[in-house]
Ligand binder design. Structure first.
Ligand code: F6R
Length: 593
């Protein structure tokens, strides 16, 4: 969601910023723009659409300071006027986030004589900075003051007409700052700086950075502070396509490797898997695919607990009335660790006295830093908007937490432990086999359809939710998911000849029940794609296409089951010719609520 890139140094800043913005394209955007010093003035260029459209407008101007932005529209449509940077009076800014009190600020600024060109909250923030700066004539004091006025979330890069310095500050939305051999860089995420350095500072909330050509100064509450650098541990290739046509495909194929690394690390450091046996309540809170991982976590944990686990989407949880006390564990799952709703849910849980555990990918992200305890999934950078490897590792993390819980509660015998551990260690081999299968036949059958239905029960239902989300977000085919037994309470009326149904039946406890439901849709003409556990029997008349999933313990099954669905979604979107890594309207890191 909105990408920010800035450069101040002795090289030509414009191509550096444009390249940085391109490496942040995965975050999702619908317009872009840059601002740079030229002949002692600030020049702003912006355009609707892809960065390639912006590039058409860029002349051969050279500048040593430039800020750039990819905008994911929130306030006002994605047009050139609403695109960033915005310039008011002596101030030019780019912004990631949402200013919640912009309306009242705008009214006040209009009374003070400000006129607005765009519909954005960002232009209001820009005018606010200008109005305070006109009075205070002190940049630092101005920026300290705006932090007390603005409500909502923001990461800002700010330049003033009279000084070749970039100011950066943030609340909610992330910013990283780096010194490199080519100059000083500021960005919303690591891929934008990786070409130049692996070392970076993480700007904390409340801090202000003053980025000059040859120097970076950090302030907190107006006082200069020293900060430690972080090092990005993965190599540069982890943020490149490495011969794959798409990041999504690369990330799907990376799964065996990241799963093996994860298991090796956490089996060697089993003490890092949290022991949760003493909690009396467990809530799992997340958004999107991470929420689906959470639903599977519920199934895994409830196998060993004597109470139910509550799973809720962050956007609902934060406004609900969760019964939380000091014996409650709230598990928050987030690839980015910056999802606004998940952060708010975490803060609510802490306020109410619960312990919080983050399952996070991005090292040093807000969720990782603010949770009481964190477990990193170590997936490496995930660039495609549609999550794949982070999802499977989130599921695996919850599975290992449940495995440890079962052991600690003496509900898994020593013999069973060995069998389950062996199943874990076989995941990558089984995934590799499924990655070699050819799904073209069924892709051809479904890619022109307008509606697809997914059905399954319990853990299979939750895998269906994820498979369906994958398909709709990148192929734009409408798809709905139902608990298999629920379909006949209404939705079955939509089933007609050749309506595609993807059914999952891998849980032997309820296998026959799901198969009966699949027979019901088959009898009404549906085109059935069945994913079933390979040892479970089924008559050939029940399905049109069969995908066998190797038999493993239920703690492991869903991690393998999702693989064909990821590939099918990818292949369908590819056949339809869509921009798979950057699907329309979507953002990778959802930093606004
Ligand atoms: C779907 C997808 C999203 C994310 C969701 C949460 O493919 O990627 O549904 O899972 O936006 O994002 P994180 O995990 O960063 O909190």
């Amino acid at each position: 969601m909105c990408g920010i890139m800035g450069y101040n140094g002795n090289k030509n800043a414009i191509p550096i910023v444009i390249n940085g913005l391109k490496s942040l394209e995965y975050r999702g955007y619908d317009s872009s723009g840059i601002a740079y010093f030229f002949n002692n003035n600030i020049k702003v260029i912006k355009e609707k659409g892809r960065i390639s459209e912006l590039e058409k407008l860029i002349s051969d101007d050279k500048s040593n300071l430039c800020i750039g932005h990819t905008r994911w529209a929130t306030h006002g449509s994605p047009n050139r006027i609403n695109a960033h940077p915005h310039n008011v009076g002596s101030v030019t800014i780019v912004h990631n986030g949402i200013i919640e009190n912009y309306h009242e600020l705008k009214n006040k600024l209009i009374k003070d004589g400000y006129k607005f060109k765009s519909e954005t909250d960002t232009e209001v923030a820009c005018a606010l900075i200008d109005s305070i700066y006109q009075k205070k004539k002190d940049k630092l004091k101005t920026l300290i003051e705006i932090q007390t006025i603005l409500k909502g979330s923001y990461a800002f890069l700010i330049i003033f007409n009279d000084e070749k310095t970039i100011y950066a500050l943030r609340h909610g939305s992330p910013l990283i700052i780096a010194e490199s051999s080519i100059g000083n860089l500021i960005a919303s995420d690591i891929p934008a700086i990786l070409e130049y350095t692996k070392e970076y500072y993480l700007l904390e909330e409340g801090e202000i950075a003053e980025i000059k050509e040859d120097n970076i100064i950090f302030y907190q509450e107006g006082k200069e502070i020293k900060k430690d650098k972080l090092i990005f541990e993965h190599d540069l290739s982890s943020a490149k396509k490495e011969g794959y046509s798409h990041f999504m495909l690369k990330e799907i194929y990376e799964q065996p490797k990241v799963i093996d690394n994860f298991l090796k690390y956490y089996f060697e450091n089993f003490n890092l898997i949290p022991d949760i046996r003493n909690y009396k309540k467990i809530h799992i809170v997340a958004c999107g695919s991470a929420y689906h991982a959470g639903l599977l976590g519920k199934v895994f944990l409830e196998e060993y607990l004597d109470f139910n686990v509550i799973v809720e989407t962050s956007s609902e949880y934060r406004y609900s009335k969760p019964f939380i006390d000091k014996d409650t564990l709230v598990i928050l799952i987030s690839q980015s660790g910056e999802t606004a709703d998940t952060l708010a849910a975490m803060r609510l849980a802490k306020e109410k006295g619960a312990k919080t555990l983050g399952i996070v990918n991005v090292i040093g992200s807000s969720l990782a830093r603010e949770c009481d305890d964190v477990i990193y999934i170590n997936a490496g950078p995930e660039i495609a908007v549609a999550t794949t490897k982070a999802y499977t590792l989130q599921v695996l993390t919850l599975s290992l937490i449940a495995f440890k819980l079962g052991i600690n509660l003496n509900k898994i015998t020593k013999e069973e432990q060995d069998i389950i551990k062996n199943d874990y260690l076989l995941i990558s081999k089984e995934i590799k086999k499924l990655l070699k299968e050819d799904y073209q036949d069924l892709v051809n059958k479904i890619y022109k359809k307008e509606h697809i239905f997914f059905i399954g029960r319990l853990m299979d239902y939750y895998s269906c939710l994820e498979g369906s989300l994958k398909l709709k977000e990148i192929s734009y085919i409408h798809s709905e998911t139902y608990p298999a037994g629920e379909l006949k309470h209404g939705t079955i009326s939509l089933i007609e000849d050749n309506t595609p149904i993807i059914g999952i039946a891998t849980d032997d406890n309820i296998y026959e029940k799901t198969i009966s439901n699949i027979k019901e849709v088959k009898a009404r003409g549906a085109y059935v794609i069945l994913l079933k556990r390979n040892d479970l029997k089924v008559e050939e008349t029940v399905y049109d296409k069969l995908i066998n999933i190797p038999k493993k313990n239920n703690l492991v099954m869903p991690i393998i089951t999702i693989i064909p669905l990821q590939l099918i979604a990818f292949e369908v979107a590819k056949k339809l010719g869509y921009d798979i890594d950057k699907p329309r309207n979507l953002a990778k890191s959802v930093t606004v609520e």
